[in-house]
Design a protein around this ligand. Structure first.
Ligand SMILES: Cc1cc2nc3c(=O)[nH]c(=O)nc-3n(C[C@H](O)[C@H](O)[C@H](O)COP(=O)(O)OP(=O)(O)OC[C@H]3O[C@@H](n4cnc5c(N)ncnc54)[C@H](O)[C@@H]3O)c2cc1C
Length: 432
């Protein structure tokens, strides 16, 4: 048992479920929905007041890594958003508020019990290896939640860390992590007047991706606010609504509340300064305004929890295939600069990637039993993480973890005792 949890027996038990999903981002929602649909009683706990994680709370509504061959819950969510007219011209950026609603609906319709505004702060362990409950804090006080299988979808691997699992953070040589970014939702400008500065330019004109970003950077420089991210991107969401990613917060730890606070305060200040400067240019920019800044600063990197297998740069370079593949990843290495003195942009670290598989074993904790991970906190190295962390891989990872967890809980086994063929996975529309 974790030291701080000696008084766990005094904490009221708020719920008992077959599967407990911690964190309601893209991976967590998919895990909870899949587990509930597989017949497991399923509880989802999220610390913010909405589901979606970086996708919605972080205001980064751009889904990378999608392919025609990807099916499952990811396709279901995207099809539902399309049917609600909540997709932009790029076909991969979705209306943030509709996404929040659709994620809530899919959870509730699948029978998932959702608890918002509740943060996981600790765990209890029945014996030296088995994880059996998490401890939360909320307006209801301190509560315990027991479960057959627990899935850590907190992005930062909070649950696994509380459980004492080994993990890694950042570059192996220095521990440096990719920067955080505070995203702004932008209005007051008309697409037809600013199109060359947006991501649509690349899609419509075949122009290289970098050109519209350089154009926007030069405009920000002319306005007197060179951005801390040298490849600022203005994503078209819908109509005259945009999201702007132009801020980098370097050398901040996702596990340190002071760092998160300073990054948020600094990021918000920079985003407002940039928008004031663009307004001062007049013309097409004269009414540009911030509709909202993200409720949570976007954290690219937290803990990478040790699993029973680890996804590595070598897997990406060789296009690894696994019989227990939970997702086939198409998005290449994407490393935002860890050192602003060298550059403030993004690169692939010299890693040329081929489509590769994430094995189920990378989603099963090595150091405790009854714990899985899904999303950006799975077991992987620094370079691999920069590729598989995107939304179109987080969702299939969650979906697979949810199915395995449900079967394990219902048959009184640990996740590592479930054979992948038992899951009858149909996440790939065509065979892997
Ligand atoms: C700035 C930025 C830009 C990005 N751009 C893109 C992009 O363009 N396209 C793309 O596909 N991907 C992008 N990504 C990556 C992608 O958005 C994330 O990696 C993806 O959201 C991972 O999903 P996840 O569910 O693992 O984690 P998250 O989305 O981080 O979700 C974790 C959830 O857990 C909750 N949580 C955390 N700790 C606790 C706790 N202790 N108790 C309770 N709840 C907790 C959080 O509130 C959150 O809802 C970007 C990421 C960032 C940060």
């Amino acid at each position: 048992m974790n030291k701080k949890c000696k008084n766990a027996q005094k904490v009221p038990v708020a719920g008992h479920s077959d599967v407990l999903v911690c964190g309601g981002g893209p991976a967590g929602v998919a895990a909870a929905v899949a587990a509930a649909r597989a017949g497991a009683s399923t509880q989802l706990i999220e610390m913010h007041g909405a589901l979606g994680g970086v996708w919605t709370i972080g205001a980064m509504a751009n889904v990378c890594g999608m392919r025609e061959s990807k099916g499952g819950i990811l396709r279901e969510i995207q099809d539902t958003l399309r049917a609600r007219d909540a997709v932009g011209l790029s076909e991969r950026i979705f209306d943030i508020e509709t996404t929040k609603l659709v994620l809530e609906e899919i959870c509730l319709q699948s029978g998932v019990k959702v608890r918002l505004h509740t943060r996981i702060v600790d765990v209890t362990r029945e014996d030296s290896r088995r994880l059996d409950a998490v401890i939360t804090e909320s307006k209801s006080g301190r509560e315990a939640w027991e479960a057959g299988v627990i899935i850590d979808c907190t992005g930062d691997g909070d649950v696994a860390a509380f459980a004492g699992c080994r993990f890694e953070v950042g570059r192996p040589e220095t521990g440096e992590t990719q920067p955080m970014s505070l995203i702004a939702v932008i209005g007051g400008v008309h697409l037809d007047q600013i199109r060359p500065y947006t991501n649509l330019r690349k899609l419509e004109s075949g122009e290289s991706a970098a050109i519209h970003k350089h154009r926007l950077r030069k405009l920000l420089e002319k306005a007197g606010t060179p951005p801390s991210y040298s490849l600022p991107t203005l994503f078209h969401v819908r109509d005259d609504l945009f999201i702007l990613m132009s801020n980098h917060e370097y050398a901040r730890s996702a596990m340190n509340a002071d760092d998160l606070t300073e990054a948020t305060l600094h990021g918000r200040s920079e985003m407002h300064a940039q928008i004031r400067a663009l307004r001062s240019l007049g013309g097409a920019w004269k009414n540009i305004c911030i509709v909202a800044t993200s409720a949570q600063i976007g954290v690219r990197e937290g803990r990478r929890i040790h699993g029973r297998s680890t996804v590595t740069a070598r897997d990406i370079a060789s296009g690894a295939r696994h019989p227990d593949a939970v997702s086939r990843c198409y998005f290449g290495a994407d490393i935002h600069s860890t050192n602003p003195k060298e550059n403030k942009g993004v690169g692939n670290g010299g890693l040329l990637s081929k489509p590769y598989d994430i094995p189920l074993r990378a989603l099963i904790a090595a150091d405790v039993d009854g714990l899985m991970m899904a999303g950006r906190c799975i077991s992987g190295d620094f370079l691999a993480h920069s590729s598989y962390r995107v939304t179109a891989d987080a969702v299939p990872m969650g979906e697979s973890a949810g199915r395995v967890a449900a079967l394990a809980a219902r048959t009184n086994r640990f996740p590592h005792e479930v054979d992948w063929p038992e899951i009858k996975c149909d996440l790939f529309l065509s065979p892997p």
